[in-house]
Ligand binder design. Structure first.
Ligand code: NAI
Ligand code: MG
Length: 359
């Protein structure tokens, strides 16, 4: 019998609970089909936690996550809490949970489903075969460096500092090499080593770590060129690793190759196998409660969890295949439908996917 894996499930706000419900059905189905065993426990987080517990990240939710093998998160936030003070905002909970769980990288796959090529603004022949992952460093760089204002010779000045240490670069580089190993063994390291000192340290460190991964083909690419090549030849990339700000921008650019935010999964990882998995989209208050949200981003986040945390590649593949099969058969939620009048709802989409999961 397979070992029981503990999954902390945090539905959150808006469409979070709707999409999480479908992802939980997928978990159940993979137990039946593959014999894996999951124990799920729900926690309050985000706006709903503010309402019920007076804080976006209650201690008991944090404990729940810490004793779990993985976390599955819906989405948090909404207009109701937007004007709250900082400590009572859902996003503060998001930053807090990443920090408390030691998550230092954000992983975002961008996969083109051939039958959805028309949803992108790029030409179908450019997108053909695109299946890449952006690995973004999450805890260092200019977003976390010292920031201040001062009076300069020409009036007010603002300063942001960018700092990276060797240890921060090493751990994300190793993680990216490990992920590349499970895929097509190609890694592109993105930096701006022609002008930035942090990028020169980044490149030196990545080169040093690469000695431990002789089976992975390493390419260095400057960030401005990478931004261009993502649009010109996206299918030539496999795993892209980069620092925080470059990764923020490039992962959003890569996301848009696919056309719809309702399709995009993500993972945040730390040391070891533990990870937090969530759709890239937010709580979509404009459509919450209508049962029309697309559950695929969350369902694919479960597949990512199976791959990166549990090593259940067979079940991950079965989920991805089921999603493809349902899309190929022409089923669409509103966000990816060309003919909106034929769109199906969240539950119908979830059930179709669940029924298509097989060995
Ligand atoms: P959003 O991703 O929630 O929505 C953007 C647009 O995409 C909306 O029109 C929405 O209806 C649509 N959309 C998103 N997910 C969809 C799905 N699964 N199926 C169909 N359509 C979908 O981003 P927005 O509107 O900027 O933010 C709304 C709230 O979510 C805010 O409070 C924001 O702070 C929060 N947010 C939370 C995130 C998280 O929990 N990690 C990430 C991004 C935003
Ligand atoms: Mg962004």
């Amino acid at each position: 019998m397979a070992e029981v894996k503990k999954i902390a499930v945090i539905a959150g706000d808006g469409i979070g609970p709707e999409v999480i419900a479908e992802a939980e059905k997928v978990l159940k189905k993979t137990e039946e089909v593959f014999g894996y065993r999951f124990e799920t426990e729900h926690g309050l987080f985000g706006g709903i936690a503010i309402d019920e517990k007076g804080t976006p990240l209650p201690q008991e939710t944090l404990e729940l996550c810490k004793k779990a093998d993985a976390v599955l998160l819906g989405a948090v936030g909404g207009p109701k809490w937007d004007s709250n003070p900082k400590e009572l905002r859902p996003e503060t909970g998001l930053l807090g949970i990443r920090k408390e769980l030691g998550l230092f990288s954000n992983i975002r796959p961008a996969v083109i489903f051939d039958c959805l090529k028309d949803a992108s603004t790029l030409k179908p022949e450019v997108l053909e075969g695109t299946d890449l992952i952006v690995v973004r460093e999450l805890t260092g760089g200019i977003y976390f460096g010292e920031k201040f204002r001062r009076e300069g010779a020409h009036g007010e000045e603002a300063v942001d500092t960018c700092v990276y240490n060797v240890q921060e670069i090493e751990r994300i580089a190793r993680q990216a090499f490990e992920i590349a190993r499970t895929r097509s063994k190609r890694l592109a390291s993105v930096d701006k080593a022609n002008v930035l000192e942090t990028s020169r340290l980044w490149r030196e460190t990545v080169i040093r770590i690469s000695a431990d991964y002789p089976d992975v083909e390493l390419e260095h690419i400057l960030v401005d060129n990478c931004a261009m090549q993502l649009l010109r030849r996206p299918s030539s990339f496999d795993v892209i690793v980069t620092e925080n700000m470059f990764g923020d921008i490039l992962s959003d650019e890569a996301a848009m190759l696919t056309g719809s935010i309702g399709m995009l999964s993500s993972a945040s990882l730390g040391e070891g196998a533990f990870g937090l998995y969530e759709p890239v989209h937010g709580s979509a208050p404009d459509i919450a409660g209508q049962g029309i949200s697309n559950p695929i981003a969350t369902v694919l986040s479960v597949a990512l969890m199976f791959r990166l945390t549990f090593g259940y590649h067979d079940a991950a593949e079965a989920i991805e295949r089921a999603v493809k099969e349902v899309l190929d058969a022409g089923h669409r939620t509103g966000d990816i439908a060309v003919d909106k009048s034929k769109a199906i709802g969240t539950v119908a989409m979830g059930e179709l996917i669940v029924n298509a999961i097989r060995k």
